[in-house]
Design a protein around this ligand. Structure first.
Ligand code: PXP
Length: 245
């Protein structure tokens, strides 16, 4: 079955809105992660941003201690964060581009332009028993570069798909790009995840994208949780994923 990684950054966003700079506060992302696991999520994803705007170092440390599924740490390829990852040892890291001004991760990683630096980090992570994924746009050059880096996974950026979902013609162009990139990645021996901008309305349109292992979904699940509760929000998304081939 297609797996679901729940990105719980926005649980921490709510906490930081009130308790930024304090050693604790509610809601607790760790408690949220346990609810997601209890509802059947296959993994927990967090992004430790350099500006610490939502997830804090202590969250990552606690998550590593308590979650029983799989911890996916999204991170910039920055020395400080690389050092933390090597200490905490998540199951997998997903290297993402990061800009301080952005609201959320806006584009894919330029793997083709940073092959040497990414390979160096990939080797360090793999040496510590951590798998590496690269968050890239569905672009042939970037897929090829990800294989050259030696990553185990790519995560295809579905942001453009999400934005163009309501225009049928544009949606099919975006789905076709994802299909081609997923095929190419599989052919090169890469495992394929996808994420960003996915929600209860658009996710099923990814049913034709082959070789998908896992979707990482955050904002829509945390938003739905406000209305129906987090466990129910996760279960509803899992039901949609069960219909995938
Ligand atoms: N995957 C990656 C690499 C991301 O950076 C994000 C956003 O933090 C997500 C998935 C989840 O995106 P969303 O919150 O739009 O579901």
């Amino acid at each position: 079955m297609l797996k679901l990684g729940v990105n719980i950054d926005h649980v921490a966003t709510i906490r930081e809105a009130r308790y930024h700079g304090k050693p604790a506060g509610e809601p607790d992302p760790v408690e949220a992660a346990l609810v997601c696991e209890g509802a059947g999520a296959h993994g927990i994803t967090v992004h430790l941003r350099e500006d610490r705007r939502h997830i804090q170092d202590r969250d990552v440390i606690r998550l590593r201690e308590v979650i029983k599924t799989r911890l996916n740490l999204e991170m910039a390829n920055a020395p400080e964060i690389v050092g933390i990852a090597l200490k905490v040892k998540p199951d997998i890291v997903c290297l993402v581009p990061e800009r301080r001004q952005e609201l959320t991760t806006e584009g894919g990683l330029d793997a083709a332009g940073q092959t040497a630096a990414l390979t160096e980090t990939r080797k360090k992570m793999n040496g510590a028993g951590i798998d590496v994924s690269l968050f890239i746009d569905p672009d042939a050059r970037q897929v090829e570069a990800s294989a050259a880096v030696g990553a185990q996974f790519i995560e295809l950026h579905t942001g453009a798909f999400g934005e163009r979902f309501h225009d049928e013609e544009e949606r099919s162009v975006e789905v076709a790009r994802l299909v081609v990139a997923a095929r190419q990645a599989h052919h090169l021996g890469l495992k394929v995840n996808a994420g960003h901008g996915l929600n209860y309305e658009n996710v099923s349109a990814l049913g034709s994208v082959p070789h998908l292992v896992e979707l990482n979904i955050g904002h829509s699940i945390v938003s739905r949780a406000v209305v129906v509760g987090l466990g129910q929000a996760v279960r509803e998304m899992l039901q949609l994923l069960q219909r995938f081939p």
